[in-house]
Structure formats: structure tokens, C-alpha cells
Design a protein around this ligand. Structure first.
Ligand SMILES: Nc1ncnc2c1ncn2[C@@H]1O[C@H](COP(=O)(O)OP(=O)(O)O)[C@@H](O)[C@H]1O
Ligand SMILES: [Mg+2]
Length: 378
């Protein structure tokens, strides 16, 4: 069997661009060169695609030469990328190798939200992780929580507002919020990750500034009942139709909550792997995680995060492309459950191929008995 050509996509138009570069570094290192031929595909912060051996290095150092462009064909049977290079007045073109599979290692907008997954669907190339729907659901905290609640899964009380309904501009609305939720209240943009734009509001003043901040990042925000005291439990799920869950892990943030600094900048946050929990709680978390994964339409992989107070468990969020460095929770939990990093990558790639094959078997056309559409004139 020949090697599989894997297009690893990283960077991206997202507040989590840098996180993606770190995840991609680990994945590029761990992909087995005996099995895979890697085509690195970097996406700059302004959305330019760079297909080049040095793409990761350039993005990290912020030295991407602006002479590269890349064209992607939205048609099945053509999975080569057209690399365009401009040198002075000269423009040259060449094709990348045909991509057998895409591995998006992108966090946040335009990577984890279904947009790039839609492009891969059009190209009809297999790709790792959730499809368009699962990705979009995973990205929108309001839609996600609404679905989970409807399916009977435990989620915290929450309210949501669009920019048009901004509670700062509606008389009495802040008081109304205070009758439905009590402090601390978490204020978040609906569609971001890595804790960007999130405020833990302890009082009315902080609620107001939190709402203002969240609206700088998104046109829709969510206000959540803060859980206190809280334990943060995370668990890794892997699979398509019959997903399985790893052992859970626990986060001990270095700060008041697990904000951007606590996640990436400080060294003080701790991961406990596995989480010190009784066996029956572990089982309950695994069951809830798998149900949440299925309700949200996930495939391939996701990390499901929980908030825990005493015995109460709440599904907090689903990340369809979780952090993926060697020391990130998602791969670490699998390692602790007997699946090392490289084999996890093999399995994700295998799941992507299987989903694609299963889709291929579906009918995509319907032969009508009549030629009704030819007679349609308006
Ligand atoms: N309702 C809540 N109660 C207590 N802590 C919360 C709540 N919501 C968020 N947090 C804290 O904020 C962090 C980030 O929130 P989260 O919803 O996970 O956003 P992100 O998608 O940016 O990771 C969590 O890891 C947790 O520390
Ligand atoms: Mg989170």
C-alpha cells in the first residue's frame, strides 16, 4: 500500500491562530513518515493559504513572504492545490500533490466552525474530525446548549442576546437578568474559544463591562450561571457511529477561572490525569459525554468539558478540534487510556476515511419517472 498524502492545515483566521500553530507542531512531528506523506498548508491570519515546507516556520515567525497564493478547486476528483508564486512581474503556477485527506488543526472561527469542512465536502476529500453540522454546533455556545438541554442533558442556566437586543440598551433588562441568574455570571461571546472575550462578573458593574467586551467579539453573546465552587473535568471522545470515551481529566486553573492566561501563558495551571473521581462518577461522565457528542452531531473526535459542583455535573462545552500539543488534555487522556499520540492520529485518519467511504455509498441522485423540470418555464 502506498503512502497516504495528508494535507495538514494550520494557523487560520482566528483568535486561536497561535494555539493552532502549537498544535500543528506536535501533529507534524508525530505523523508516521512510513505511512504518510505530509503537505503542510498554513493559513495566515488574514486568510492566505501557503502550501510550502516552511509554512509553519514562517507563520510562527510572522515572516510569510507575500508572493504565495493558493487556489483550491471546489470540484470532486481534483484534490491538487494550485500554488501560485509571484516574483516581480512573473507569475508561476504549480500543483501540489493530490491530497488524499485533510487534517484541519485549526481552532475557532473558519476552522472549527464548519466553514472549511464545507470546502472539503465540496472537494469530496476525506477530512479529520466533525463534519459541517457538528462543527457549527460545536462552535456556537447558544445553539449547542439549547440542543443539549432539549436532549435532557444537564447544562447551566443561560440567557442569550444578539447585538440588536443588547441588554445595556433595554431599560430594566439588567435587573431582569439579575432575577434569572445570580452572581457570579459568566459573559461570553457565543462563537469563540480559548476564553477570549470571557468575563466572570461578580457584580452589576462587571456584568456591564463584560457585556460590552463580549459584543466586541461577536454579534451574539451568552450569559451563564456561574458555578461555584467548581471542578473542571474534561474527557476525550473518539469515533463516528459508535464513539468511545477516555478516562476523564481535571483542570486546576492557576487563576480565578481558566482564562486565556491560565491556559497558555502562566505555567501554573495543572492537569490531573486521570481526574481523582470515584468509578461511578467516571462512568456517568463517560455516558454523558458520549450522549452530548452524539446530540451535537460530532464525528471523529471531540473533547467534552464538564463543570462539577459536589455531585452535580453540567456539560459545559464541546470542542470539535481540541488543543493537540503533546501535553494537551485530548491526546494526554487517550495516552492514559492506552492510546499513544501517533496511534491516535492513525485512528483519526482511519475514521475520516471510513466516513468518506460510507458517504460515497449513498445515492446522490433521484431518477424521476417524468421529465417535469424540462416543462418548467418560470
Ligand atoms: N458557568 C460557568 N461556571 C463556572 N465557571 C465557568 C462557567 N463558564 C465558564 N467558566 C470558566 O471559564 C472557562 C472558559 O469558558 P468556556 O465556556 O470553556 O469557554 P472557551 O470556549 O473559551 O473555552 C472555563 O474553563 C471555566 O474556567
Ligand atoms: Mg473551554
Amino acid at each position: 500500500m502506498g503512502k497516504l498524502t495528508v494535507g495538514v492545515v494550520f494557523g487560520g483566521r482566528s483568535a486561536e491562530h497561535e494555539v493552532s500553530l502549537v498544535s500543528a507542531t506536535s501533529i507534524l512531528k508525530a505523523l508516521d513518515p512510513e505511512r504518510y506523506r505530509v503537505v503542510p498548508i498554513g493559513i495566515s491570519k488574514d486568510g492566505r493559504w501557503i502550501v510550502h515546507e516552511k509554512a509553519l516556520e514562517w507563520l510562527k515567525e510572522n515572516t510569510v513572504p507575500d508572493r504565495f497564493r493558493c487556489a483550491v478547486f471546489p470540484e470532486p476528483e481534483e484534490s491538487r492545490l494550485l500554488i501560485v508564486e509571484e516574483n516581480g512581474g512573473n507569475v508561476s503556477f504549480r500543483y501540489s500533490p493530490a491530497i488524499d485527506l485533510f487534517f484541519p488543526v485549526l481552532h475557532g472561527t473558519f476552522g472549527e466552525d464548519g466553514t472549511i469542512q464545507g470546502l472539503f465536502e465540496l472537494m469530496d476529500v476525506p477530512y479529520v474530525g466533525a463534519g459541517v453540522l457538528g462543527s457549527a454546533v460545536g462552535m456556537d455556545k447558544v445553539v449547542q446548549k439549547t440542543l443539549l438541554r432539549f436532549a435532557g442533558l444537564p447544562v447551566v442556566q443561560f440567557l442569550s442576546y444578539t447585538q440588536e437586543q443588547n441588554p445595556l440598551h433595554v431599560k430594566g433588562e439588567i435587573k431582569e437578568i439579575e432575577t434569572k441568574l445570580h452572581y457570579p455570571i459568566f459573559v461570553k461571546p457565543a462563537n469563540l474559544g480559548s476564553s477570549v472575550g470571557i468575563t466572570k462578573a461578580h457584580n452589576r458593574g462587571e456584568l456591564r463591562t463584560g457585556i460590552e467586551l463580549a459584543f466586541q467579539y461577536d454579534r451574539k453573546i451568552i450569559l451563564e450561571q456561574g458555578i461555584e465552587p467548581v471542578r473542571e473535568i474534561e474527557i476525550s471522545v473518539l469515533g463516528n457511529e459508535s464513539p468511545r470515551a477516555s478516562l476523564p481529566g481535571e483542570i486546576i486553573p492557576s487563576r480565578e477561572f481558566y482564562d486565556y492566561e491560565a491556559k497558555y501563558v502562566d505555567d501554573g495551571s495543572k492537569l490531573l490525569i486521570p481526574a481523582p473521581l470515584p468509578e461511578e462518577t467516571v462512568k456517568r461522565i463517560q455516558e454523558l459525554a458520549i450522549r452530548a457528542y452524539q446530540v451535537a452531531g460530532c464525528e471523529g473526535m471531540a473533547r467534552v468539558d464538564f463543570l462539577m459542583r459536589g455531585d452535580e455535573l453540567y456539560v459545559s462545552e464541546i470542542n470539535t478540534i481540541p488543543g493537540f500539543t503533546m501535553i494537551s488534555m485530548y491526546p494526554k487522556l487517550w495516552e492514559a487510556s492506552g492510546l499513544p499520540f501517533s496511534r491516535l492520529l492513525d485512528e483519526l485518519i482511519d475514521l475520516a476515511m471510513r466516513r468518506h467511504q460510507a458517504r460515497k455509498r449513498l445515492r446522490t441522485s433521484y431518477e424521476s419517472e417524468s421529465d417535469w423540470y424540462r416543462r418548467t418555464t418560470t
